[in-house]
Design a binder for this molecule. Structure first.
Ligand code: M6R
Length: 596
């Protein structure tokens, strides 16, 4: 989940690397570091905490002279987030940065590095020490890299420089994302295109167990058995303005307010020549052919998956189940005869989901990935991809990707079979307008968050049916950025135990958009009020009462999560703001979770 950047070219490397790292900070932000080559010496600077600390320590990179270097932002897996454990890690001749986990590090230490004194607690240091050992025993650099690939188990994206070699930088990859950026007279390495897009829009993909030898003017890709790979670079459709905050104080707020645009973009992208929303026929054939859909995802994407299950069963009449990837992979349920797997992942890089994809591919089953990132691992490795078209999502808390996932799931389900005759194009257009209306009520959410939620240690979201599914996502949003302990609860289930936690002033947010459960949820609201709860009601217009503070325009009830989640996203945002939290980079989290 760490971020990697490397540069070799005519310009000073350190400022370029720092700028690249600033685009990758979402991947991890407990420490950062640079290693810059100059005249036979590699200088390493590292700093604990946010990138700004490294920036200050190196005077924006100006203190480090040299036109070849590597940089890293860390999300700790092995060893505390301190300076000693920060990357780059070095041996006598090499410096390297790493994203991933070396699973057999203990065995590697025992087998090859018994006499080595380690400077850090990291698994990464094992790699640089092994490289030193193999090359000092006479192996050429490419042979030593292949040797590493051969013996290391786990996930790794590595960028490596050698103090004896001013002209080369090396990239090695397995399971963790890594690209080479192709420039004119320079080349780069990066965990994703965003880190390099200010300099180039042309990239080489590196696949698992491949490595790249990069000079100022050339990029050579090799397999783990030394075969040269002839791969064309691709152009990324990324715009620098897509990844800037513009006038917004936080990415999260920008991304919440981009949701109408994203829904409209999805309508455009999924429209066929007749103006109907649909997906490619080969995907439909696979969905129609299966006897059950298993949706695999994590976090927010899992929450979208639960709504996807609801769509497949209620719109298309197809049995479906939504599963947490990290559970599914090691506790796989009894599968039906002809399962089809749908992976949902904003980043397309989530290790837990990928582990399931690898497993079900071995079992011979088909898969579709819904992702926001074209060319991501889950997209490349599945049989089909449906893109989310949400644009880069930078804030760690997912917002627009969630609504994009739900919209694409609805289109997929209705394309398979539209048993309820829903006019999805009209409904999604209406939803885009309705969200736009909600974005005008920032002050209301701000006030409610400040008065009801921000002063509290805990909070509950309650609802029934799809409202409950939204509550799960709303609770995750609130807890991950404001650190208010929050539970999303099926409103009717509260009285079976959890209601014991309601006391004077406990904030409870009720989501009420379903006519068949409106009155039941309102009874549950009364139950918590009589025990002292302070209740915020989010209801749809036709079901609203005078006491409901947040009233959302009526949309098709099945699709209401696309709208009802928006005030919840705002409540999370403003609660975090009032509590002085770091909204875009909440503690302990990373945007892209590339370790299991
Ligand atoms: O990239 P993915 O959608 O696969 O990521 C899955 C989760 O890590 C992610 O949704 C996480 O829960 C979000 N930060 C929540 O806002």
């Amino acid at each position: 989940m760490c971020g990697i950047v490397g540069y070799i070219g005519p310009r000073e490397a350190a400022p370029i690397l720092l700028d690249g790292l600033s685009k990758l900070e979402y991947r991890g932000y407990d420490s950062a570091g640079l290693a810059i080559y100059n005249d036979g010496v590699i200088t390493v600077e590292r700093a604990v905490g946010k990138l700004v600390n490294l920036y200050e320590k190196t005077d924006g990179g100006n203190k480090l002279k040299g036109t070849l270097g590597i940089g890293h932002t860390r999300w700790a897996t092995h060893g505390k987030p301190n300076e000693v454990n920060a990357h780059p890690h070095s041996s006598e001749n090499f410096s390297l940065v790493h994203n991933g986990i070396i699973e057999n590090e203990a065995e590697l230490r025992r087998t090859y590095l018994r006499d080595v004194e380690f400077a850090s607690d990291t698994d990464t240091e094992v790699v640089v020490r092994l490289l030193e050992k193999f090359t000092s025993e006479g192996e050429e650099m490419d042979v030593a890299i292949m040797h590493l690939i051969d013996i290391i188990e786990g996930s790794y994206a590595l960028a490596i420089i050698d103090r004896r070699d001013p002209d080369h930088m090396y990239a090695v990859k397995n399971k963790s994302p890594l690209l080479v950026g192709k420039g004119e007279g320079f080349n780069m390495i990066g965990s994703d295109a965003m880190a390099m897009i200010a300099h180039t829009d042309t990239f080489y993909e590196i696949q698992d167990k491949e490595f790249a030898i990069v000079t100022r003017d050339s990029v050579e890709l090799y397999t783990s058995y030394s075969k040269r790979i002839d791969r064309e670079p691709y152009k990324a459709e990324l715009d620098l303005s897509d990844i800037s905050k513009g006038t917004y104080p936080h990415y999260m707020l920008k991304e919440i307010e981009e949701q109408p645009l994203v829904i409209r973009r999805i309508i455009g992208e999924y429209q066929n020549e007749a103006g109907e929303l649909t997906v490619p026929e080969e995907i439909l054939a696979d969905v129609r052919d299966c006897d059950k859909i298993y949706i695999i995802a994590c976090g927010t994407s899992y929450h979208a998956g639960i709504i996807g299950k609801h769509f497949f069963e209620n719109i298309a009449g197809k049995p479906a189940e939504s599963c947490v990837a990290s559970e599914f992979v090691y506790n796989t349920p009894l599968l039906t005869e002809k399962p089809l797997f749908i992976f949902i992942s904003q980043s397309g890089e989530t290790a837990d989901s990928r582990a399931v994809l690898v497993k079900i591919k071995e079992m011979g089953y088909k898969s579709i990935t819904l992702t926001n990132v074209k060319g991501s691992t889950l997209s490349r490795e599945a049989d089909h991809t449906l893109l989310l078209y949400a644009g880069p999502e930078i804030a760690v808390a997912s917002t627009k990707a969630y609504t994009a996932q739900i919209a694409v799931l609805a289109i997929l389900a209705a394309s398979v079979k539209n048993r309820i005759g829903i006019d999805l194009k009209y409904e999604l257009a209406l939803i885009a307008n309705t969200i736009e209306g909600l974005c005008g009520d920032r002050e209301l959410y701000n006030r409610l968050a400040e008065e009801y939620i921000a002063p509290s240690r805990n909070c509950f979201y309650i609802g029934r049916g799809v409202d409950y599914y939204v509550c799960l996502e709303a609770a995750l949003k609130l807890k991950e950025i404001s650190y208010v302990q929050t539970e999303g609860f099926a409103a009717g289930e509260l009285k079976h135990g959890t209601i014991a936690l309601i006391e004077d002033g406990t904030p409870v947010v009720a989501v009420i958009t379903q006519s068949n459960t409106n009155l039941n949820t309102r009874s549950n609201v009364k139950e918590v009020i009589s025990r002292g709860a302070k209740v915020i009601r989010i209801s749809s217009k036709s079901l609203s009462t005078r006491k409901d503070q947040i009233v959302i325009g009526d949309v098709h009830e099945m699709l209401s999560p696309l709208v009802s989640v928006v005030p919840a996203q705002y409540l999370a945002y403003y609660t975090a703001l009032h509590r002085g939290c770091d909204i875009d980079k909440p503690r302990n989290l990373a945007k892209s979770v590339t370790v299991e």
